[in-house]
Design a protein around this ligand. Structure first.
Ligand SMILES: [Zn+2]
Length: 90
């Protein structure tokens, strides 16, 4: 527990981890709890948009964050596009 895990250079979805960017300390009842925060590149070589984003280690490791946010937006757009296409077809 509490062991520092270096994620530098690792890939998570579209993200490539650039460097450690301090810690994220959520407010509230978990006052003493902190999560390592990582600066990540939404890597164009991996389909990303080239933006940088900060992600807590937990979200990288459990797969809940795989891009700077552009991935979710694109999937939503894709679904909308499919829906429109289907509608047009019929
Ligand atoms: Zn992106």
């Amino acid at each position: 527990m509490g062991r520092f895990v270096d994620l530098t250079g690792q890939h998570f979805g579209r993200l490539t981890v650039i460097e450690r960017a301090g810690s994220y300390r959520p407010h509230g009842k978990y006052g003493n709890h902190s999560e390592p925060l990582w600066r990540c590149l939404c890597d164009p070589e991996r389909g990303g948009c080239g933006k940088e984003t900060f992600v807590i280690a937990h979200n990288l490791k459990n797969g809940s964050t795989k891009s700077c946010g552009c991935l979710g937006a694109e999937l939503a757009a894709e679904r909308l596009g499919t829906y429109r296409k289907c509608k047009k077809k019929s």
